[in-house]
Write a protein that binds this ligand. Structure first.
Ligand SMILES: [Zn+2]
Length: 576
């Protein structure tokens, strides 16, 4: 029996794109043999193999999606191709992915360049031949190829080597400004200062700059597959919203790849993964992705605070917490990654990313407080994830191992600490760490800078903290469509719902400026904001009574408290 990879590491869901596997044929000693799919397991195939046959040849095609049809489907544009090898392999059922060996060969369009962490043995110009590796290494080492690609050395003269490989839909956007290279060099140095040991032979950031693939990041031991808008490296607003992506995926090499929850350290890609510790795997990574973006100079202290203000304000206001605890968002992540945007405040999407930033900030500040500033969460990372450097390998852990390692730094009932937070039904998010770091969330009418960047780059107007909804700009994809409505908000109370279209505000064709002005005016006039909306072919006017004006979150210093957040976010390595 042969199988097609179903549970792809880092995707946390059984989403191997089997539906796009086509043209499958099998040959035993050169003679075609018949095959039949298992009637229960759609990823398994049985061949009729005559006695005495030792070699079975399989052929298959993979229909590369033209549209970006999901975050995790490998795809290509006219100028860029991303190839995760799991798209095109079959392997014997029940085999360990460490034991099955593959020798891969790849042809790319003439004149294209490519980058991958997979060692190359021969590049004849016609085809690239790769070293024979285990299936584990193959699936861990995707290839990025493109017509316009530049490679930058991020740790010149040092071992292990680190490179940024940037492929874009245009030659100009594949040029990464020196300022950004300096930030990434600092990032490499900061991970050295944080962990000590590294668990890769070399590291390649694969960066696809295109508006035609779904933005995404996927971690690997020795590389990461990052997909961002084409202008990311040349547009301050887009860059602001993507600043923590590369630090996040890089941190995963230690947290997620080298150290991995036992439930995710499976023998092969058919075995069910258990996602309940994603608040460590993704949550700690999310925290350090953000902190490393600041330590490496990507986010200035003010930018970090604006990011945190909006992120934490959103999480703090999740009404869905009353029925679903944080741990359940992790356990059910295999469902939540593909959940639609509407209803997110009541459903709760993959909240174990952002809410866990608060939990780990809580841990970090608690350690600092209880050790008089001599120890921090960095010490946990150094011991748990760093240690002696090594080649890529997986060291699984259970929650008890995390608890024990933290207890080794400072005695505390960490198990209870985590349980209280991951099983909480609120009200509100765990904000104690934010306050211990010297800051609290405060609202006023001044726009949040991070939200402004989100709006400029995403073209979605965000009135979630006032009227309680967000809406796609006119003239863009999904124009005028209500993106989401906060459960229980003033907008929800009058019946506004995701998917409706906003036509007019107070009798005038809507634009973001007109809507903002209407929210501001209602504060003085105490009259409702009238929205004319289209629900399929039916129109209605909704009157929202909200008189507090525009509301945006910021972090406000708590009087008399030290800026511990500033200390956490400071560079720890010498300037590169
Ligand atoms: Zn991640």
């Amino acid at each position: 029996m042969l199988v097609y990879p179903k549970w792809i590491p880092g995707e946390h869901a059984p989403n191997g794109p089997i539906v796009d596997v086509t043209g499958m044929r099998f040959f035993a000693n050169g003679k075609e043999v018949s095959w039949r799919r298992d009637t229960v397991d759609m990823y398994a195939f049985r061949c009729e193999i005559p006695a005495g046959v030792e070699t079975l040849e399989a052929q298959l095609d993979y229909l590369l999606p033209v549209e970006s049809s999901g975050a995790n489907v490998g795809s290509a544009t006219a100028q860029i191709a991303e190839l995760p090898w799991n798209l095109v392999v079959l392997y014997p059922k029940d085999a360990s992915s460490d034991d099955v060996k593959f020798s891969a060969k790849l042809k790319i369009p003439a004149g294209w360049r490519y980058a991958t962490a997979l060692p190359v043995t021969k590049d004849s110009g016609d085809a690239i031949e790769f070293e024979t590796v285990s299936l584990t290494t193959l699936v861990d080492s995707p290839v990025l190829a493109g017509a316009h690609m530049n490679t930058y050395d991020l740790s010149p003269g040092k071992i292990p080597a680190h490179h940024l490989n940037a492929a874009a839909d245009s030659a100009a956007m594949a040029e990464v400004p020196q300022e950004q290279i300096a930030i990434l060099r600092q990032l490499v140095a900061e991970t050295g200062a944080l962990f000590g040991g590294r668990h890769y032979r070399h590291y390649d950031f694969l960066l696809a700059l295109t508006d035609h693939l779904q933005p995404n990041g996927l971690e690997h031991h020795e590389s990461s597959d990052n997909r961002v808008p084409e202008k990311t490296m040349h547009d301050a607003d887009i860059l602001e919203t993507q600043m923590d992506l590369l630090p996040h995926e890089f941190f995963h090499s230690w947290n997620g790849k080298y150290r991995r929850p036992a439930g995710l350290a499976t023998r092969n890609y058919q075995e069910t993964m258990r996602d309940e510790l994603l608040w460590v795997y993704e949550g700690l990574t999310q925290y350090y992705g953000v902190i490393l973006a600041a330590r490496s100079g990507g986010w200035k202290p003010g930018g970090l605070r604006e990011y945190m203000a909006v992120t934490f304000a959103r999480i703090n206001a999740r009404p869905g917490r009353t029925w679903r605890d944080l741990e359940d968002t992790a356990i059910s992540s295999q469902l939540l990654y593909t959940a639609r945007e509407g209803g997110s405040s009541w459903r709760r999407p993959v909240d174990y990313y952002e809410e866990s930033e608060l939990i780990w900030l809580d841990v970090d500040t608690l350690i600092r407080e209880r050790t008089g500033g001599t120890k921090s969460l960095d010490d946990f990372c150094r011991g748990f994830h760093g240690g002696e450097g090594s080649d890529p390998k997986v060291v699984p852990y259970a929650l008890d191992d995390v608890v024990a390692a933290l207890s080794g730094i400072v005695a505390y009932d960490w198990k209870k600490f985590f349980e209280e937070r991951i099983r909480s039904h609120g009200p509100g998010a765990p904000l104690a760490g934010l306050e211990r770091s010297g800051w609290k969330i405060a609202f006023n009418g001044t726009p949040n800078e991070h939200m402004k960047s989100e709006e400029e780059s995403g073209h979605v107007m965000d009135a979630e903290f006032s009227l309680g909804f967000s809406v796609h700009y006119p003239g863009v994809e999904n124009a005028d469509e209500i993106a989401d409505v906060v459960w229980g908000s003033p907008a929800a109370k009058v019946g506004l719902a995701a998917g409706m279209k906003l036509i007019a505000v107070n009798g005038r064709k809507w634009t973001p400026d007109i809507l903002r002005e209407a929210i501001r005016r209602a504060k003085t006039t105490k009259g409702p904001v009238e929205l004319l909306v289209e629900n399929d072919e039916f129109f209605q006017t909704l009157k929202i009574e909200f008189f507090e004006g525009e509301r945006y979150p910021h972090l406000e210093a708590i009087a008399g408290k030290a800026d511990v957040l500033g200390e956490i976010a400071k560079a720890k390595a010498p300037r590169q």
